[in-house]
Design a protein around this ligand. Structure first.
Ligand SMILES: [Zn+2]
Length: 85
């Protein structure tokens, strides 16, 4: 079974989080830091994305991550997304 980072889903060997999701103390970075970096990554990967799309995609992705699924910002985004359907 593949072991993955609980924050971003990256495959890792051990521990709860990958090296990118923690600070130099080994503590999980805060939501704003992770969110900003993941949005930047999405924009780099797909230059056709708008920032708004990248932010929406990132929130949807984080909603599936154990580290962030219950974060207020993620929950709020998922609730507002449901209103559109
Ligand atoms: Zn990670």
């Amino acid at each position: 079974m593949t072991h993955t980072c609980e924050s971003c889903g990256l495959a890792i060997d051990s521990g709860a989080y990958c090296q990118y999701c923690v600070d130099d103390q080994g503590i999980l970075q805060d939501f704003e830091t992770r969110f900003a970096r993941m949005v930047q990554w999405a924009l780099r990967e797909n230059s056709a994305l708008t920032r708004a799309q990248a932010e929406a995609d990132t929130l949807a992705y984080m909603a599936q991550m154990p580290a962030w699924a219950r974060h207020p910002r993620v929950r709020a985004a998922m609730v507002s997304a449901d209103h559109g359907t």
